[in-house]
Each structure stands twice: as C-alpha cells, then as structure tokens.
Design a binder for this molecule. Sequence first.
Ligand SMILES: Cc1cc2nc3c(=O)[nH]c(=O)nc-3n(C[C@H](O)[C@H](O)[C@H](O)COP(=O)(O)OP(=O)(O)OC[C@H]3O[C@@H](n4cnc5c(N)ncnc54)[C@H](O)[C@@H]3O)c2cc1C
Length: 397
Amino acid sequence: MTTRRIGVIGAGILGLAVARELTLVHGAEVTVLEKEGDIAAHQTGHNSGVVHAGIYYEPGSLKARLCREGVGMLREYCAEHALPYDEVGKLVIASRSAERGGLRRIAERARANGVPGIVELDAVSLRDVEPHAIGVAAVHSPHTAITDFAAVARSFAEEVVAGGGRVLLGHPVRAMRETVSGAELIAGTRRFAFDGVISCAGLGSDEVARLTGRQGELRIIPFRGEYYRLTEFAKDYVKGLIYPVPDPRYPFLGVHLTRRIDDEVLVGPNAVMALAREGYRWGVIRPGDLREILGFPGTWRLARQHWKTGIHEVYGSLMKRAFLAAARRYVPALQSADLVRTTGGVRAQAVDRGGRLLDDFAIDVHGKITLIRNAPSPGATSSMAIARHIVNTIPKL
Ligand SMILES: Cc1cc2nc3c(=O)[nH]c(=O)nc-3n(C[C@H](O)[C@H](O)[C@H](O)COP(=O)(O)OP(=O)(O)OC[C@H]3O[C@@H](n4cnc5c(N)ncnc54)[C@H](O)[C@@H]3O)c2cc1C
C-alpha cells in the first residue's frame, strides 16, 4: 500500500492531535501547516486549562461522547509522557434556591454521561471541599482535572516529527482546491499536493471553509474570554475549581475560579463579542473581520435575541467591580485588590444563519477535504478522541 500524504491546517491541539493519530496509528506522511511562528498560539495556549469531566453536555451528543473518551485518553497520555495532570476537582455551586433545578439537571446529565464520583452537597458540606466558598447547594466532580494544553500540544508535535511528519510554522494557507487525486494548497509562498486535507483552523476555520467554496450556513463569531488572576494573598481561597450553574441558553460556563497547573488562580472567562477574529483586546479591530461578522444575518439575529446578556458582558468587561461581584457570589472574602487583570483568549464559536450558537462539535467531510467547523470547550479536553473520530470518519485513509 502506498503511504498517504495528508495536509493538516493549524498547529493547535486539534491539528496536532489529528497529525499524531495519522502518523502513529495510520502511518501517513503528514504535513502540518501553521500560519503563526509557534504552535498553540491561539485557543490552545489561551484557555482555562481544565480537563472537563463531561458533566454538562447533552447525553448522546458528540461533545458528551468525545469528552468522556478524551478525558481517559488524555489522562493516560499525560501519565505516559510525564505531562502535568492534577485531579483538583470541581464544585458547581448554586448560589440561590432558584438555581437548584439547574444544579439537579447537571447531576443527572453527569450520571447519564458516565462521569465518575459525582456527589450532591448541601450548603454545609460544600465547605468541606472548598472552605471559603458559599452557596445553597453544589455538585462535586472530584475527577475534574487541570493540565497544560500547550505542553500537550508540543508533545504531540514532537511525536509527529519523530514519526517522519513535518510541522511547518509561518505557513498561512491562502488557497486550496480539490483535485482528482486529493487536494492542492498554497501556504505562504509554497505549493503542496496531498491525498487529503484536514482543517483544524480554530478562529480561521470559516475562512478556510471559504477557500474551498464550502462556507455554508455557519460563521465563526469570536467571543473573547477575559480573565483576572488572584494575588498571592488571595490564592489560598480556592483549592480547585469553583463554577456557577451555567445558563442553559449559552455554551459558555460563566465566570469561574480556576486553579491552574502553574498554581495561579484565574477568575473568568466572561464572553464578549470581539471586534476581530484574533481580538485579544478591545483595541484590536480588523475591518475585514468586522465586515464579515456584521454582514452575516446570524450575527444580527443573535444580537436581537441576546442583547441584554451582551450588554451585561460588555459591562463586566469594562468594569472590574462587575467581575469581582461575579466571583464574590461564590467566594465572598475576595476584595478588589485581590484581582489583577491578565491575558485572555478568544473562542471560535460557530453561529448559524438563525443566530443560534452551535452547541455541539461540528465536522464536515467533503470528499478529500475535512473541515472542523465548531470545536469550542471542551475541545482541548476531547482533542485525542476528536482526532480518532475524524481519522476514522475519513473515507479510504
Ligand atoms: C478562553 C477560553 C477558555 C477555554 N477553556 C477550556 C478548558 O478549560 N478546557 C477545554 O477543554 N477547552 C477550553 N477551551 C477550548 C479549547 O481551547 C479549544 O477547544 C481548543 O484549543 C481548540 O483547538 P484548535 O486546535 O481547534 O484551535 P486553536 O488552538 O485556535 O488552533 C487553530 C490554529 O489554526 C491556525 N490557523 C488558522 N487559520 C490558518 C490558516 N489559514 N493557515 C494556517 N494556520 C491557520 C491558527 O493560527 C491556530 O494556531 C477554551 C477556549 C478559550 C478561548
């Protein structure tokens, strides 16, 4: 059998997980094309670092299945490669009685998804887990973990290269077309011919889809997630992960407190619509991106349905006291001086023409070209399972 030559667009955790799977399991000759000068430059290097256990997701959805599978694969991978993985545990806290129903549904979903160790706690026993937290009730997921997703991605890249593949940085994919035998690409100034191409381009995924003429009914709307970190004095208020009961209308989990693997504690992320695909700050505005975003009917339908939440999020972005208030609902000892602004990330969130935020992972297969269209959180957690799923879905690999 001849060796298959596969091009992978994007050196985030998904592109590298796919490249690793193709190289190690299928013996393909893989070339990863990344526009930036480093791997994990976008979502993979700017997230909360939480290995989600699978407690929130609709049973039977791709997210629910691939998250659960992904956790097991990632835990094993981190152990084998001496990468950090710490089961610090998560508390989802209802801060008001009205949230008890939502909390109960989370416990039910977690059990339906096979998440181990789920325990429902009352106002007193939740403090055995997080002594500085308050609430009327909580769900404890003791196996929810933290890791360093950028380090995992770098490890995947090393395995790809050791297996004979290439990771080419500074290679933005600018053109692509399907051919009889596969696909041709122009990346930077070079031409490439492959038997198949898999796009894992995150915030650039609809631009890549457009290159193939298959943008369809989805667009990526960039949602910035901003964070504060706790100072040395306040860090000890949080042992693991403290989350609110999420609003079921949104795929975002709400401002939470997250202990990271480097021992920082983050407060965030919120979710504000960014003015550029890679709009890490309010000042970053790209007219081309903005034209695309505002020219899409789904953006306006989304805005009409959710303008109140949008205004609330913008207020939280501009006013530290709003962020502090969100954190103090769960850890009342926190003071304004305990929170210091730090770098955030931008989520690649797919929205359809009707203005619906796509909740599940979405992958389109068009002959020799496969496009990841939506892979928000828990995309990093699920990366190895998503990679196996994609590679097994591709015809005639
Ligand atoms: C604020 C925030 C918090 C999150 N928290 C968590 C969490 O705690 N746990 C979790 O599991 N997930 C979390 N996520 C989600 C997770 O980070 C993503 O699901 C995951 O990183 C997606 O990986 P990716 O490889 O698809 O994307 P990315 O890491 O964004 O990689 C895509 C790559 O494609 C490259 N690219 C784009 N266009 C082109 C082009 N034309 N040519 C060449 N290269 C191109 C980009 O430069 C980029 O490097 C979070 C995300 C954010 C933003």
